[in-house]
Design a protein around this ligand. Structure first.
Ligand code: SF4
Length: 60
């Protein structure tokens, strides 16, 4: 199973990942996206990682 992480020091809280997959990503009160779940049956998490403007999402 893949492992999804968000680099808190890099994330700018733009919300794009949450819009793309709210099952996995949530921008919380600290203005940083957090990973709520490691899996999403609907979305390609690597594609979402590619769309992050600051490359803060890592899928391994
Ligand atoms: S897309 Fe990237 S910069 Fe934007 S909230 Fe998600 S992890 Fe942070």
């Amino acid at each position: 199973m893949s492992k999804v992480t968000v680099d808190a020091a890099t994330c700018v809280g733009c919300g794009l990942c949450e819009q793309a997959c709210p099952e996995v990503f949530q921008v919380q009160g600290d203005g940083i996206a957090h990973v709520k779940s490691q899996v999403c049956p609907e979305h390609n998490l690597k594609e979402i990682a590619d769309q992050c403007p600051v490359t803060a999402i890592h899928v391994s």
